[in-house]
Write a protein that binds this ligand. Structure first.
Ligand code: ATP
Ligand code: MG
Length: 414
């Protein structure tokens, strides 16, 4: 349906919610900065191949969720469903691999055609980080520590659990794939039709299935641990040791696989019980094969992405809006004067609301409604003396202040 409703799965974000999102994004950016991750921005659309080649033909995103269209020049374009592929593309296109390691933070809208529900939209927002060119397990520890630091800074650390798994190197992964396919083939008839499809194409994904019947079968599946070779086991041990050194608690979840094909070694998710089925707030892992698979030189990488809407739901709102100073002229004649004063105060860094209409009491009411902390009232007698009345709107205290010292006097309300 067209019309004035936003497209299904998209939404208008009004000031209060946008403030909450901005708080999360800014807190994340600052946390990232402390870890040495600099902000980058890649385009929100790319050639479809960027995602197809990196996410793999069997991932849910590529098979079902991409917003793809042909543009007027005949190019096949996709609105980005996630951030990592674009960053990897940027690394290759920009020849940035000369300067490894690179540490990037990004934020912005992502697009996936999925069934909208609480915490799941077709346009949503992510913040994310990527650490490129570090193949050591301490890299994994660093990006997980950064995720934990962010969750702590926005006050949701206590409501989340870090779940951790390893997918091993490619040899281990292939070995596990065989063991898993053998087991699942014996239970083929009981699998959902989606999972029967995946059995040939992307069997690891079945571990992640939300289908009840699949879950029962998966519960009896062999563990990844049995297929890990020594290198993979050592790598995982080092990651765990690093987390323990930092006091970052985690639980092992051998069923945790990331949905995208390029992941190896560490996979992790910070999950919560508080958001129902959409319980994953921050998720990531290691993707050593990605850049090479895209045609760049082999470059190890590890990173995560977090959903801003879900983090905001969990945090339960953002910081309050700043309280303005209300500038109120008592008569029309003083409006120009009020405007000049408001302008000067804004230049000095104050948040100022100028009342546009109504008598004194209506303008004061409006100031209260805006949660102003103080009113600067301009009356004719005071104005003649080059002064205004300031009234504390919480306590009611009132005093006359010369225009020249107004800004200074209001410092307590900044
Ligand atoms: P899910 O299992 O919930 O579908 P995912 O594995 O597809 O998640 P990722 O691709 O890892 O998710 O994206 C990282 C984070 O982005 C998720 O943990 C979640 O917080 C958020 N996210 C993913 N898809 C959506 C969506 N459609 N709407 C809102 N947030 C989303
Ligand atoms: Mg998904």
């Amino acid at each position: 349906m067209s019309g004035l409703q936003p497209v299904r799965g998209t939404r208008d974000i009004l000031p209060e919610e946008r403030r909450a999102h901005r708080h999360i994004e800014e807190t994340a950016r600052q946390a990232a900065e402390r870890f040495g991750y600099d902000e980058v921005a890649t385009p929100i659309f790319e050639f479809s191949d960027v995602f197809r080649r990196t996410l793999g033909d069997t991932s849910d995103i590529v098979t079902k969720e991409m917003y793809t269209f042909t543009d007027k020049g005949g190019d096949e374009i996709t609105l980005r469903p996630e951030g990592t592929a674009g960053v990897a593309r940027m690394l290759i296109a920009g020849g940035l691999a000369q300067n490894l390691p690179l540490k990037y933070f990004y934020r912005g809208p992502m697009f996936r055609y999925e069934r909208p529900q609480k915490g799941r939209f077709r346009q949503f927002h992510q913040i994310g980080v990527e650490l490129l060119g570090v193949g050591e397990p301490l890299g994994d520890v660093e990006v997980i520590a950064l995720g934990a630091a962010l969750l702590e800074a926005i006050g949701v650390a206590d409501e989340t659990t870090l779940e951790l798994n390893t997918l091993g190197n490619s040899a281990s992964r292939a070995a596990y794939r065989d063991v898993l396919v053998a087991y699942l083939s014996d239970h083929r008839a009981g699998l959902s039709s989606d999972s029967q499809d995946r059995l040939e194409r992307n069997p690891l994904r079945i571990l992640d299935s939300k289908n009840e019947g699949d879950r029962r079968i998966v519960a009896g599946a062999p563990d990844f641990a049995g297929s890990l070779d020594a290198e993979s086991a050592d790598f995982f041990a080092a990651v765990r040791e690093g987390l323990e050194t930092l006091g970052i608690a985690y639980t092992l979840n051998s069923r945790l696989v990331r949905g995208l094909d390029y992941y190896c070694h560490t996979a992790f998710e910070f999950t919560t019980q508080a958001l129902g089925a959409q319980g994953t707030v921050l998720a990531g892992g290691r993707y050593d094969g990605l850049v090479g698979q895209m045609g760049g030189q082999e470059t190890p990488g590890v990173g995560w992405a977090a959903g801003v809407e879900r983090l905001a739901l969990l945090a339960g709102g953002g910081p309050p809006a700043p309280r303005p100073v209300a500038v109120i002229p008592v008569s029309r004649e003083l409006e120009a004067r009020a405007m000049t004063l408001a302008h000067a105060l804004r230049r000095d860094g104050y948040v100022v609301e100028l009342a546009f209409r109504g008598n004194m009491s209506r303008r004061l009411k409006r100031a209260n409604k805006l949660n102003a902390s103080v009113a600067v009232i301009l009356g004719p007698d005071e104005a003649a003396r080059g002064a205004a009345t300031i009234r504390d709107l919480d306590g009611g205290d009132q005093s006359e202040v010369l225009f020249e010292t107004l800004s200074e006097t209001l410092a307590a309300y900044r």
